[in-house]
Design a protein around this ligand. Structure first.
Ligand code: URA
Length: 434
């Protein structure tokens, strides 16, 4: 078989056979097929798409490209959660300790930032010493002893996804439904949780820009999970504006800590309660969603969830005091305010542009090798529906380099739209796919 024939077939709208999919996945992982040919195939898939059978074959080939994590030594029903990616999406930082403090073991595999969206691992690395490059043994030990562990994707788990994820990030081939579904589900299945709760984002800051596509992606992923015999459901949630008000890395961790202290933004808290309720219900820790919700609320008011974040940080090499002293996290040296030019109401915030502004500050990657600056970011003082008076600070950029701040400022200024009258924000939870 020749890779060039596979590229040509997909370029011309053909359907790839299981053998062809396995050929390119296995060849890529072994280093026998170069990045440039796989990039070309990704672009062909981006334009031509894949049918359900091709998507299932691709997921299976990616899953089988490495090992499956053996979690049989972990007691109890293990739940995992995954977001399709958004701007300001620090949900996992709040949700996982909430769920773990309700007694449900959380064995989570997390990723790094992709395109304009952030990643949980990058954010958590704002805690000095914290590492997600832990061994399988330590991961299992931590889940068994403290009820929570977060691991980066090792080279052995779905290695094809690890390679493709980095390649797609820099070749503008992320936002394809089949590529996203196979990427997420291959690594989730390799991580061996008993239940998976998916947060599928819809809107300007998401890879799926409209609700129809987001529901289609949710259905695809739920079907793949069910086919593999795993309990899986998806929440489709709004990403037409960033989640919460902080966008970046350390700045998002601070907002997550505020939320665990009961002082966070409403949208972030509500999303965590919704996703967490299904996680608890899956695990049998609550018989109804309402019962689960009230346990999660107790985890916040009792301080148990915040304490659990401390356990997670300490358990993976960080200092638990930083959870109570978020001022210890990286802080940028410069700041610049974006101010309102006239009176009115915020009518839209193009989230993707906010994500790109954060990337331009240094908070995301332009190429696979980039090292990100954890201290930079953006704080949105005004969100959709909120009033502004001429001269008000709408948002603040935090950076370390004037040129980067200039570039990011322009992008952020273009992200805001205004109207004379108040416009309601879109509904946060758009639907559930079970
Ligand atoms: N998140 C993933 O893990 N993979 C994608 O392709 C997109 C979002």
């Amino acid at each position: 078989m020749l890779m060039v024939d596979i590229i040509r077939k997909k370029r011309d709208g053909g359907v790839l056979s299981r053998e062809e999919t396995e050929f390119f996945i296995n060849g890529y992982v072994k280093g026998e097929i170069p990045d440039y040919q796989v990039s070309a195939l990704m672009m062909a898939i981006y334009f031509r798409g894949m049918n359900d059978e091709e998507t299932h074959d691709l997921t299976r080939a990616m899953l089988n490209s490495g090992e499956k994590l053996d979690l049989s030594a972990v007691k109890g029903f293990k739940v995992d959660k995954h977001s399709t990616g958004g701007v300001g999406d620090k949900t996992s930082l709040v949700l996982t300790p909430m769920v773990a403090s309700c007694g449900v073991p959380v064995a989570k595999m997390s990723g790094r930032g992709l395109g304009h969206t952030g990643g949980t691992i990058d954010k958590l690395e704002s805690f000095k010493g914290f590492s997600t490059s832990i061994t399988n043994e330590q991961f299992i030990h931590n889940v068994n002893t403290i009820g929570i562990a977060l691991m980066g994707q090792t080279k052995d788990l779905a290695p094809a996804d690890k390679l493709l994820y980095a390649l797609r990030d820099v070749t503008a081939t992320v936002d394809n439904m089949s590529l996203i579904a196979s990427s997420i589900m291959s690594k989730k299945l390799a991580a061996s949780a008993d239940g998976i709760v998916l947060d599928v984002k819809s809107g300007s800051g998401a890879f799926m820009k409209n609700d129809n596509d987001a529901f289609e992606l949710a259905n695809k992923m739920v079907a793949i999970g069910k086919n593999a015999g795993v309990k899986v459901m998806a929440v489709v949630s709004d990403m037409d504006q960033p989640l919460g008000r902080a966008v970046g890395n350390a700045i998002e961790v601070r907002e997550a800590i505020d939320t665990l202290n009961g002082k966070g933004p409403e949208d972030l808290y509500e999303l965590c309660l919704t996703l967490g309720s299904y996680m608890l219900k899956f695990a049998g820790a609550a018989s109804t969603v309402d019962e689960a919700r009230s346990s999660l609320e107790d985890a916040i008011s009792s301080g148990g969830a915040l304490d659990k974040l401390g356990d997670l940080i300490e358990g993976q090499g960080g200092n638990r005091d930083d959870v109570c002293h978020p001022e210890n996290l990286p802080v940028a040296s410069k700041q610049r305010d974006l101010c309102a030019k006239e009176d009115g109401f915020v009518s839209a915030i193009k989230s993707e542009d906010v994500g790109i502004a954060s990337l331009l500050l240094g908070g995301g990657r332009r190429s696979k090798e980039d090292v990100i600056d954890l201290s930079v970011g953006i704080y949105l003082n005004r969100k959709v529906g909120e009033q502004v008076k001429k001269g008000d600070v709408i948002a603040t950029l935090y950076g370390n380099d004037d040129k980067k701040i200039d570039e990011a400022y322009k992008r952020l200024a273009g992200a805001y739209e205004f109207a004379a009258n108040s416009v309601p924000a879109k509904k946060l939870i758009k639907g559930i796919v079970e």
